[in-house]
Design a protein around this ligand. Sequence first.
Ligand SMILES: *Cc1c(COP(=O)(O)O)cnc(C)c1O
Length: 471
Amino acid sequence: MTETWRRKLYREIPKVDDFLELEVVRRTLEGHPRWVVMGTVREVLEARRAAIAALSSPDDASPFGPPLQEEEFLARLSSRSLPHLMPLINATGIIVHTNLGRSSLPPAALEHSLSIGGRYSNLEYDVGEGRRGSRQDHVTDLLCALTGAEAALAVNNNAAAVLLCLETLASGREVIVSRGQLVEIGGAFRIPDVMEKSGAVLREVGTTNKTHLADYRDAIGTETALLLKVHTSNFQVVGFTAAVETVDLAALGREHSLPVMEDLGSGCLIDLSPYGLHGEPTVQSVVADGADIVTFSGDKLLGGPQAGLIVGRRDLLELVRRNPLHRAVRLDKVTLASLEATLRLYFEGDRALAKIPTLRMISEPVKSVRLRAGRLHRRLSPECRRLLKAAVVSSAAQVGGGSLPLQQIPSAALSLGSAGYRAHDLEESLRKCSPPVIGRVHEGRLLLDMRTVENGEVPALAASIQGLIPA
Ligand SMILES: *Cc1c(COP(=O)(O)O)cnc(C)c1O
């Protein structure tokens, strides 16, 4: 039985037709189709009904008079016309942050996407010959020239690249992988699961910490289709360990006429060791070491749009290209344009570092990051600095995206937090700013790492921090 007080509250909810008669609501019909306005009205009334149903006592009922109904209606209607996907300020110090969109695209990539996306193009048309062309033609030569591979293919993402290659080369047959490389990348991409979906049969060899060439050799049989090496992107086994080098695995593969595939994950095209980051192999080096197929992401260390790049032996890539699954994971023209423009930047040598945001953030000298932190600090009022105990401190940024998990990049952060303004509260308030600011709480302080904040974002960031204290 519905209680009397609850029934009374339900009765106070206006009828849809009466609601539509409200002046405020009627006016919105001029700018919105009727079904949108009606839908929003129904939502407001439905939400009220749900709120009443959830009450445990009449004393908890919130008021719902006409002004509030109108406010609620307008708020819901306008939220519908605002974009949900929005920019934010990444002050986490994690450069390739998967939840925050991985790589920021180079301006050249955005411009090319804009010019291709809004018009007709030669996407699949050979202008010289006047006949059908391939969308792959726009990036194949670039990828081959950059990596030294014979052939190349670009698909939707690296997960798709791995799936497509396994399905093409090993469906119904065995793939030999080291037990130490059966990794899970964020978002439930697990190598054993992808392999199962591809129809390939996983043949694990070695142990968690050690796998030797002999382990692969002993596992090779009549059912073997492929030797697979997976870059352990997001973790590292340290201590008593052994993994087989690409060069040795490739030799073993040749000995047995078996292709060797390497899922590199990040896919770095430049040597990052001058910037203090060691151990991320470049795609070129893995190709030179003899891997027959190499797969990597477009939006990790490469610094471009979401894509999966496959480079390697021409005969194998031709099989991959002709697989019907290829069509299901192909790249869209806007992404392709962005990828093409990003790859072209690499031909400018060192200048690519400045033009590709991901590489710029990795390579920026810590001195320069610290100067930016200082500029942010100076923009705050003395009162704000005092109340929040603002200070420029040393911090540690990370590449992220599953690359180089244990290596930190020296960085600088603005540190905030005091007895009156606790770090967790500041973190939440900044997250709810417009644009949202994402920082991280470390040892009771809110750290805003400046390595991932662009110079142009400093004024907005300063204004948001200033807004945390009473004007
Ligand atoms: C990131 C990663 C993937 C998945 O790549 P996406 O481009 O995100 O699909 C696959 N394998 C490895 C080793 C990775 O690091």
